[in-house]
Design a protein around this ligand. Structure first.
Ligand code: HEC
Length: 334
């Protein structure tokens, strides 16, 4: 029974498998599926176009479809019968080029050639998420990808999953009504199935990203847009791990604890309160403490105080100290 259901799914793939959507569906995009950890190429293909759908389903079927149904069938990845994927492993799906059939996002098939998309749209997917119905490879998945891209090597597979759930909580609502907001909601936040109002996308900045992708904006420019819509500059787990390995001992414990532990001179006179490393959550708590300080004063404002500018505690570190650059880099992750 289950087996027959799976065969049916594969046969109906033009309806069921992932869809590349920038403003509207992107047909004729080159799809590349690689294994995240070693970059091994698993699969290449292209997304469905008007020509390929007409060929597969027939002229008369196409003619009978409404615009909404036509858009549903475009920009789909053709699913091969079997893919050598592991359910728990992470994969990167990259869609390059192609053309957007609804660049003004009004739900109508504006013309049958579409507007060229210059950039790439990527999505991180677990093996178990490949081929799932309603998954959209979109500016949302590109945002999540760009947010973690520089830090993937510092995260385990499970930490990557936690990080993507946290990014999703910044960006989308509970699209699949599971009672919690997680990465699955981000994958299901499909502009063709839901209106922007029902999706309750957290940020209008995502439209800017869609236009930037269409225009082929270089990655540094996209990164700036991404940091504008996420509440952190780097994954929380990366910031906490670097706190424990690079920041706690040489900086906080050695230079700040004497005044900024609870009850200390600095802690009593300000919001900068740190905890000792005997606390099992010290890395998380101290990282969050500094995240709040960066939120109030900016990374440079925190550094200035540590250098003794406008700081009751005087100068504790100088740019010539070897740890200064690490401290600055870490503050900029928050
Ligand atoms: C000798 C005591 C002392 C030490 C050591 C010290 N501070 Fe302070 N710090 C203070 C005092 C007192 C204040 C409150 C007055 C003020 O804002 O300058 C303060 C305030 C701050 C504030 C402002 C927080 C707020 O909510 O207004 C920051 C940021 C800060 N310290 C960072 C640091 C850092 C980083 C270190 C270690 C590199 C450090 N301090 C070490 C005494 C100290």
């Amino acid at each position: 029974m289950l087996y027959r259901f799976l065969v049916l799914l594969a046969a109906l793939c033009l309806v069921a498998c992932e869809q590349v959507i920038n403003r509207g569906p992107v047909g004729g995009a080159t799809i590349e599926l690689t294994r995240l950890r070693d970059g091994a190429l698993i699969y290449t293909g292209t997304t469905s176009t008007v020509a390929s759908v007409v060929e597969a389903q027939g002229e008369s079927a196409w003619a009978s479809y409404s615009d909404a149904v036509r858009l549903q069938r475009l920009g789909r990845r053709a699913l091969p019968a079997t893919l050598p994927v592991e359910a728990q492993a992470w994969y990167l799906l990259t869609a390059r080029g192609g053309s957007d059939y609804d660049p003004d996002g009004d739900g109508l098939l504006d013309n049958e050639t579409g507007e060229p998309v210059q950039g790439t749209i990527r999505a991180l997917l677990r093996g178990s998420q490949l081929g799932a119905t309603a998954v959209a490879i979109s500016p949302l998945t590109e945002t999540a990808y760009l947010f973690v891209a520089d830090f993937v090597g510092e995260l385990t597979d499970d930490e990557l999953a936690i990080t993507l759930d946290e990014v999703a909580a910044d960006l989308v609502a509970d699209a699949n009504n599971s009672g919690a907001v997680d990465y699955q909601d981000l994958l299901y936040s499909n502009r063709l199935l839901f209106t922007d109002a029902t999706l309750r996308l957290r940020s209008a900045g995502l439209s800017a990203l869609a236009f930037a992708i269409e225009a082929g904006t270089p990655e540094e420019g996209l990164q700036v847009l991404v940091r504008g819509v996420t509440s952190r500059n780097a994954p929380r787990l990366v910031a906490e791990a670097r706190y424990a390995s690079e920041i706690h001992q040489p900086i906080i414990r050695t230079r700040c604890e004497s005044c900024h532990l609870e009850g200390g001179l600095g802690a009593r006179a300000s919001n900068n309160v740190v905890v000792r490393d005997t606390d099992p959550d010290y890395a998380a708590r101290n990282t969050e403490n500094f995240r709040q300080l960066v939120f109030s004063f900016g990374a440079e404002g925190v550094l200035e105080r540590a250098r003794g500018i406008g700081h009751g505690g005087g100068a504790l570190i100088s740019p010539s100290d070897p740890e200064y650059d690490d401290f600055e880099a870490w503050l900029n992750l928050l």
